[in-house]
Each structure stands twice: as structure tokens, then as C-alpha cells.
Design a binder for this molecule. Structure first.
Ligand code: CP3
Length: 345
């Protein structure tokens, strides 16, 4: 069997057309998801392997994308740590017992939290049975997970997180080390269950200066990626990382995710052409006219210039206001345009 285009692109093998998938491709923008969600709570959905697998597979079938991403959430791993995770109706995720100081870090259980999430691995196994494209497993990165644990939810300025980092660096590194252990265990279990690639989401790490990234995050990312099996492609994703792309790359990852704040060709050059890249359309472009959407997608494909190792994606997740038809049209455009460009060039 020849290798799937997405997996080939991760290894920088030439493929035509350019493979494409989307972060949050299974979510509230999709009527099929909303229908399932109207009957089940979000955590209930994540804990039901048959439903999670169904939502994963439906998104792929509806969109015609080249990879599936497991339906789950980065915060599931935090639940066994006893911090009181809840998805509230209006405010997004809430952590009822946030970790603010060294005593709180001490109090976290030293357990293998990933062992408490068997439903995630069962969803991987079930989804694999009906998928004809590769399945991507995922986890939050330690910084982004720490930001939720420390802030108690989403945040604008990450002041509690930075306060812990600056005022109790030892506790900070302890917390990060504990999270790295758990993330490695979690991703290894997803891979054992059948995930063919894994993405690490460092969604909020762009709030840090390059100096702080180097000191407070980079060593942990290195240990994380070194702890994963070498034969499985890894995607290292962050947003707002244009100020320290080289450091993000040094952290590890077969593929580096770029957001739209950086020009793709410039970003790839800084990452180095010995890595694959993923991105980097602004998710808001899906809300624009079709002409503008295609123009922006064309620019990205032109900037990639047919160089092996580009996976088309957004620079962050699909927005809830997005129309499914618009996403489908984008998939077709990426496939048609990159294939035609490959033939002519
Ligand atoms: O990409 C996919 O289609 C797979 C599923 C997936 C979800 N969350 C489902 C979800 C993935 C990969 C995630 C990752 C995730 N979760 C991240 C990293 C990616 C990113 O967007 O930066 C983060 C930061 C979270 C935390 C989280 N989960 C938030 C902030 C929220 C609420 C806000 C929101 O976007 O809905 C969630 C809930 C969540 N996770 C939903 C979905 C489909 C919506 C829940 C619902 O149905 O109401």
C-alpha cells in the first residue's frame, strides 16, 4: 500500500495534491455535530467512544480532508489530576481548584493520569476501523495545560501563570515536569491504540517573550518530543509564535505549525527546510467571500512553492460561525490548485 499523502508530507516526500485538514474540523460549526451535541453534554460525548469516533469520522466524510483528528479535548488529561474540570455552558472550560502557588503544585497527585482515560484510546481504535485517511491523536502542550490549571480557565494576560513562573520558578518547573510525564504517557497510549501521528497544541504559548520561552518552556518541550516514538510524525503547533519560531523548532516536532501572523515562506525558512510545516490560513478568511478565500489560499500555496513537506491547514481552529460549504470549497480548491501547479511547474 502506498503511504497516505498526509503521512508522506510529514516526512517531506513529494505528494500532489497538497494534503489538507483543519484544526477543530469536528465542532459546533457543523450541523451534524450540533445534532449529536443536542442530545449529549460535551464531556459525556468525549467519554462515549462510539460517539466520539462517529463525530471524528463524520467530519472527514463531510469535508473530504486528508486526515482525521480525534474528537476529544486537551483538558481531558487534567480531570484525573483532581483540579475540578467543568465545561460550563457560556464561559467555556472552568477549573474549580486552580493551582496558584508551590503548595498547590505539591498537592497535585503523582499519578499516571493518562491511565485514567481508557475511553480516549477506545475512540482511537473505533475511529481507525472506519477511516480511510490517517488519524491524528493530540494533547495540549505543558505550557498551555499549565495556563488552564493555574488561571482556572481561559485567560487574556496569563498573570497568575506568569506570577507562578517568575515568583516560584522551582514550583513552575515541577508543574511542567509533571505535565510532560503525563503528556508523554497520554500520547504513547494514543499511538499504541492506532493514532498515526500526534499533534501537540501549545495554543497560548505566544504570550511569552523569547527569553521566557527559552528558560521556562523549551527544556520541557525537548524532553516531551524525545519521549515519543521516533517513527510517528509529531506536529508542534502554537499561535503567536512568530517572535520565537526558531525556539519552537528547537523544542521538537517533525512538522511545525505556523499561524497566519507570519508569512509562510519566511516562516519555513526560519524553521529550516529540513522540517515540514503546517498552516497557515487565517480562520477568519473562511468568513469572507469565496473569491477572497481562494485568493488567500492561493497565496499560501504559492508561498509554499510546491516544496515537499507542506500540509495545508488554518493557523488556528475553525470558528463556530463558519459555513461547512465554505470549508468544503476550500478543500477542493487546495487540492485542484496544488495539483495543477504541480503539473505545470
Ligand atoms: O480539532 C478537532 O476537531 C478535534 C477536537 C478538539 C476539540 N478541542 C473539541 C472541542 C481539539 C483538537 C481541541 C483542542 C483544544 N481544546 C485546544 C487547543 C486547540 C485550540 O483551539 O487552541 C484548546 C485550547 C482547548 C480547550 C477548550 N475546549 C476550549 C477553550 C473550549 C471552549 C471554547 C470552544 O472553542 O468551544 C473547549 C470545548 C470544545 N473542545 C468544544 C469542542 C468541539 C466545544 C464544546 C461544545 O460542544 O460546546
Amino acid at each position: 500500500m502506498t503511504e497516505a499523502p498526509f503521512l508522506a508530507a510529514c516526512q517531506r516526500l513529494p505528494v500532489s495534491p497538497t494534503p489538507v485538514w483543519f484544526m477543530r474540523q469536528a465542532g459546533r460549526y457543523m450541523p451534524e455535530y450540533r445534532r449529536v451535541r443536542s442530545r449529549h453534554g460535551f464531556l459525556e460525548l468525549c467519554r462515549s467512544p462510539d460517539l466520539a469516533a462517529e463525530v471524528t469520522v463524520t467530519a472527514v466524510e463531510r469535508l473530504g480532508v486528508d486526515a482525521a483528528i480525534l474528537f476529544a479535548d486537551i483538558l481531558l488529561l487534567l480531570e484525573p489530576l483532581g483540579v475540578g474540570l467543568e465545561y460550563s455552558r457560556n464561559d467555556g472550560p472552568v477549573i474549580h481548584r486552580p493551582v496558584r502557588g508551590p503548595e498547590d503544585v505539591e498537592r497535585l497527585p503523582r499519578i499516571d493520569a493518562a491511565a485514567e482515560l481508557p475511553y480516549v484510546y477506545e475512540a482511537v481504535r473505533l475511529a481507525r476501523k472506519s477511516l480511510r485517511v490517517p488519524l491524528i491523536g493530540f494533547s495540549g502542550a505543558p505550557f498551555t495545560l499549565a495556563s488552564y490549571i493555574v488561571e482556572g480557565g481561559g485567560s487574556r494576560h496569563y498573570l497568575h501563570t506568569k506570577t507562578l513562573m517568575y515568583q516560584a520558578p522551582q514550583a513552575w518547573h515541577q508543574l511542567m515536569a509533571l505535565l510532560v510525564d503525563n503528556v508523554i504517557s497520554y500520547l504513547r497510549r494514543q499511538i499504541e491504540a492506532g493514532a498515526q501521528a500526534v499533534q501537540v497544541f501549545d495554543s497560548w504559548v505566544g504570550c511569552l517573550s523569547p527569553h521566557d520561552y527559552r528558560q521556562f518552556v523549551l527544556p520541557h518541550m525537548k524532553r516531551l518530543f524525545q519521549g515519543l516514538p521516533a517513527h510517528v510524525p509529531t506536529i508542534h503547533f502554537g499561535t503567536g509564535t512568530a517572535g520565537f519560531l526558531e525556539l519552537l523548532r528547537d523544542g521538537g516536532g517533525t512538522v511545525i505549525g505556523l499561524d497566519w501572523r507570519v508569512d509562510l515562506a519566511e516562516g519555513w525558512q526560519r524553521v529550516g527546510f529540513d522540517r515540514a510545516i503546517q498552516g497557515n490560513l487565517d480562520p477568519a478568511a473562511l468568513l469572507a467571500s469565496r473569491d477572497l478565500l481562494f485568493e488567500q489560499a492561493r497565496t499560501i500555496l504559492d508561498r509554499a512553492g510546491g516544496r515537499p513537506g507542506h500540509i495545508f491547514n488554518l493557523g488556528h481552529g475553525i470558528l463556530p460561525q463558519t459555513s461547512v460549504d465554505q470549508v468544503r470549497a476550500l478543500v477542493d480548491f487546495v487540492h485542484d490548485y496544488s495539483q495543477a501547479a504541480g503539473k505545470n511547474g
